[in-house]
Write a protein that binds this ligand. Structure first.
Ligand code: ATP
Ligand code: MG
Length: 274
């Protein structure tokens, strides 16, 4: 695939002809239809499309949570292999996700310190002394403006929606995956925490160089946060390129319509209005 977008590094995650078909016969849905993509190391990519266009299905395939009906996903240049439990676990230390509903992402019976300790253990820190582990957890919490001392012995369901979102980012801070998939991480929280969380994700990219794949309906948001943009429509990628190319110079009717829903797209984004 060729494109004149600016690259940050080598290709990290890519796909050729990636397809997902749910059901059979008259109940068949082609949720993702032969899509090609190249996500580069350290870039923020947005996948934008209307409800039902196949965004979450693509994210689930990228994560290995659902099978790929046809086509191939490549991780760091090689066909992705997650056929064994061990390989899948290894893949998941590198490719992590934040979901629409943070409550579904945690084991509700684990206390917050356990949630964070698990991340340290997954990153090979199992044998670190206890005070070092506490230092790491405290650092991760302060990165997202949470106080670790106030969280110990609490359960995830005792947090507010915004605190929960930030706890998810603290986990990512500890796990330091190569790729982070964020499926509409901002939809359930207020505008103020939304801006803060976007800022945290962008800082995370700056600090760790991780690739962030953002899934959203909001093309204005996509323009604000991303280097590259992919537009999905009925399971297909209908347009892609740098955020400027796609959003300031849209080629398809669908993209033009998505943009016309955002009156202030051409103005400089002011975080206070996100
Ligand atoms: N488990 C499933 N079984 C059958 N069909 C499914 C399943 N999951 C999704 N679909 C169908 O696949 C299509 C794409 O759904 P998907 O959830 O990927 O859309 P989306 O772009 O994430 O939408 P939204 O913006 O509303 O989250 C839809 O037609 C949906 O009904
Ligand atoms: Mg979705």
């Amino acid at each position: 695939m060729s494109s004149n977008k600016t690259h940050h590094g080598p290709v990290c995650l890519s796909g050729r002809g990636v397809t997902k078909v749910y059901g059979f016969g008259s109940r068949k849905t082609v949720a993702v239809d032969h899509v090609d993509f190249d996500f580069y190391e350290g870039e923020i990519v947005s996948i934008v499309g209307e409800s039902g266009s196949g965004k979450t299905t693509l994210a689930k395939m990228l994560l290995g949570l659902t099978s790929v009906t046809e086509g191939q996903i490549y991780y760091q240049g090689k066909p992705r292999d997650i056929r064994t439990r061990k390989k899948k676990k290894e893949y998941w230390t590198n490719v992590q996700a934040i979901f629409q509903d943070p409550f579904s992402s945690f084991n509700v019976f684990s206390k917050i310190d356990t949630v964070l300790l698990d991340c340290i253990n997954m990153r090979g820190g199992r044998h670190l002394p206890r005070d070092k582990k506490i230092e790491l957890m405290t650092e991760a919490c302060s990165f997202v403006n949470l106080k670790f001392e106030e969280l110990t012995n609490k359960y995830p369901f005792e947090l507010s929606g915004g605190q929960m979102q930030r706890l998810m980012i603290a986990r990512i801070f500890l796990l330091k995956p190569k790729v982070l998939l964020a499926d509409e991480p901002t939809s359930m929280i207020d505008a103020c925490s939304r801006a803060t969380i976007l800022d945290m994700l962008m800082n995370l990219r700056k600090e760790t160089g991780m690739t962030i794949i953002f899934i959203t309906h909001d093309i204005g948001l996509a323009y604000y946060v991303s280097d590259s943009v992919y537009i999905m429509e009925q399971g297909k990628i209908v347009e892609y390129g740098s955020a400027d190319e796609v959003i300031l110079n849209p080629k398809t009717y669908n993209t033009k319509r998505l943009i016309s829903d955002v009156p202030k797209i051409y103005e400089v984004w002011d975080l206070s209005t996100v």
